[in-house]
Design a protein. Structure first.
Lengths: 116, 112
């Protein structure tokens, strides 16, 4: 069974802490994504990566950075956590093959982060 | 105006009902249309995927895309309590899903 695994289901961090969210996929997918999900706002793209050591900003990158040192691992970093970063964080992966019938994302189960 | 509009619900129906979930969008460049199902405390999972206009059926689920009206629908026949979840529409105009826009999701409750 293919999987995207997020290291933590729940996290509580203090304002100003540096926070690392880890994501690993076992499908050999080229593309990986970090989203945050908030009620009424849907999923908003923070960063994505289409190859090792490559990264692109999404729609809301401020306050975040990412790292992709290996194809299977994509990390999201909150440089200095703030209360407005309290959210559900979802990692996803996809491949690049044209005509792939199951085009779409595979998501992890999410990390619910609370910043106090 | 949001690029993708989706009624958040909640939508409550009795078991066996036909459910209709809808999204409207504003960007005519979208080519790929998807529906994801998200159970509580889980990540979304891909339910249906269609390219361009038309219908696609998979068991009890039917996805419709009307590009002329910028309107997509997901129909669930013979709904079951296990269908209770949040349904997210999503659409994209690129390969690899780099530019995928998600709706906010509709919460569905199917009562036994």
């Amino acid at each position: 069974d293919v999987k995207v695994t997020q290291s933590s289901r729940y996290l509580v961090k203090r304002t100003g802490e540096k926070v690392f969210l880890e994501c690993v996929q076992d499908m050999d997918h080229e593309n990986m994504f970090w989203y945050r999900q908030d009620p009424g706002l849907g999923l908003r793209l923070i960063y994505f990566s289409y190859d090792v050591k490559m990264k692109e900003k999404g729609d809301i990158p401020e306050g975040y950075s990412v790292s992709r040192e290996k194809k299977e691992r994509f990390s999201l970093i909150l440089e200095s956590a703030s209360t407005n970063q309290t959210s559900m964080y979802l990692c996803a992966s996809s491949n690049n093959l044209l005509g792939q019938l199951n085009y779409g994302y595979t998501f992890g189960s999410g990390t619910r982060l609370t910043v106090v | 105006q949001k690029e993708v509009e989706q009624d958040p619900g909640p939508l409550s129906v009795p078991e066996g009902a036909i459910v209709s979930l809808n999204c409207t969008y504003s960007n005519s460049a979208f080519q790929y249309f998807m529906w994801y199902r998200q159970y509580s405390r889980k990540g979304p999972e891909l339910l249906m995927y269609t390219y361009s206009s038309g219908n696609k059926e998979d068991g009890r689920f039917t996805a419709q895309v009307d590009k002329s009206s910028k309107y997509i629908s997901l129909f669930i026949r013979d709904s079951q309590p296990s269908d209770s979840a949040t349904y997210l529409c999503a659409m994209s105009w690129g390969t690899g899903g780099f530019k995928t826009i998600f709706g906010a999701g509709t919460r569905l409750f199917v009562k036994a």
